[in-house]
Design a protein around this ligand. Structure first.
Ligand SMILES: Cc1ncc(COP(=O)(O)O)c(C=O)c1O
Length: 398
């Protein structure tokens, strides 16, 4: 009998996860992993936040049922997302929030919605962007085009190029993917004034903003990180926001996120909500409870909320301190290495400017793992090993 699956070709491995496998297999006790996209503390661990642990204890004690959630998830959680993302900027009746399995789940629901409900729509994505963006849109059969984002110096935003591409090349009514803050992989965010200019082009061309908001609180703070998104929403009355709580609550494996659709009025919002629910029903049916319940428990309790905000702030300031320490230590090598651009960038990631050959050498000679593009996860650095890291980087650059 012939094997049906004999025709199946092996899919290419995920490049970043492949690096982690190589890292895990590396016997060098001094190895460093700056490739994966998770926050790490000084000891290299991705901790469970204290606020999360406490919320979990309360949940285990009080939980009386494992019954399904509704298709769009928990009411309190959805309200929490709406407040955190939009503040008082948008009337509640114009926002449909659905709890989703992580930011990835939210992006896929958004892509399916655009593909099925908004015919002929194309989405414009920045170059570069998170590798899963084009992959998700391709899986949903949503056509994509790219707009310029990274400047020729590879350390700053090409705002004129971005605005020109959206103004001249995008068709009126297309969609545009924006990173709400902490752009992955470059760490380069628009300034408040840049956001105003971006918002104006979006409004002039009637583009639909799809805002990926996976790092709220990792840039300048919870409210400050929402400024770009809210600036865009001052100019347009329709948008979709995909939230992830993987990073800011450290809830990676619990798959906690949301899709928020902003419509022009309550009637259109309800119609869109019904379609989003249909997409969810035929995909994963309804979201997982535990992670969302943790977030809702924390945000319903003043002292837990205060503790979580403190923990989030500690993660954010550690990343900023590591950026400063790396820049200073590279400078102190006395070889004229200027990484000060890292101080203008936000969140866990930055493009280091290291070439693929240098990245390769760091791995083979020093057991330091960085993504081939030169993207580094700053949160993977540690103060205690900064000198070792910078000596290695200097040695491959000289
Ligand atoms: C830009 C961006 N969007 C979305 C996500 C998805 O996060 P989640 O793990 O919640 O699916 C990530 C995660 O790395 C990301 O970097």
């Amino acid at each position: 009998m012939t094997h049906r699956f004999s025709v199946v070709q092996t899919a290419p491995p995920d490049s970043i996860l492949g690096l982690t496998e190589a890292f895990n297999a590396d016997p060098n006790p001094d190895k460093m992993n700056l490739s994966v996209g998770v926050y790490k503390d000084e000891s290299g661990k991705t901790p469970v936040l204290k606020s999360v642990k406490e919320a979990e204890k309360r949940l285990i004690d009080s939980e009386t049922s494992k019954g399904y959630l509704s298709i769009d998830g928990m009411v309190e959680y959805r309200e929490d997302v709406r407040r955190m993302v939009f503040g008082d900027a948008i009337a509640g009746e114009r926002v449909a929030v659905l709890q989703a399995p992580g930011g990835t789940g939210a992006l896929r629901v958004a892509a399916d919605f655009m593909r099925t409900q908004l015919p002929d729509l194309r989405i414009w994505i920045p170059t570069p962007t998170w590798a899963n963006h084009p992959a998700i849109f391709s899986a949903a059969e949503l056509p994509t085009s790219t707009y310029r984002y990274l400047g020729a110096d590879r350390t700053s935003l090409d705002l004129p190029g971005m605005l020109e591409d959206l103004r001249e090349n995008a068709a009126t009514g297309d969609a545009v993917l924006l990173h709400g803050c902490c752009h992955n992989p470059t760490g380069i965010d628009p300034s408040e004034d840049d956001w105003k200019q971006i918002a104006k082009v979006i409004a002039d061309k009637q583009l639909l903003p799809l805002i990926d908001f996976a790092y709220q609180g990792f840039g300048d703070g919870l409210e400050q990180d929402a400024v770009g998104l809210r600036t865009v929403l001052e100019q347009v009355d329709e948008a979709i926001v995909c939230t992830s709580f993987s990073k800011n609550f450290g809830l990676y494996s619990e798959r906690v996120g949301a899709i928020s659709l902003v419509a022009a009025d309550a009637g259109e919002c309800e119609a869109a909500r019904s379609q989003l629910k249909r997409i969810v029903r035929t995909n994963y049916s309804n979201p997982p409870r535990h992670g969302g319940a943790i977030v809702a428990t924390i945000l319903a309790d003043e002292s837990l909320t205060a503790l979580w905000k403190e923990e989030l702030e500690a993660m954010r300031t550690r990343i900023t301190a590591l950026r400063e320490s790396f820049v200073q230590t590279m400078e102190s090598t006395g070889k004229g290495y200027d990484f000060s651009f890292l101080l203008r960038q936000k969140g866990m990631f930055s493009f280091s400017g290291l070439t693929p050959m240098q990245v390769d050498e760091l791995k083979s000679r020093h057991s330091i793992y960085i993504v081939g593009s030169g993207r580094i996860n700053v949160a993977g650095m540690s103060e205690s090993r900064m000198q070792t890291l910078c000596d290695a980087v200097a040695s491959v650059m000289s």
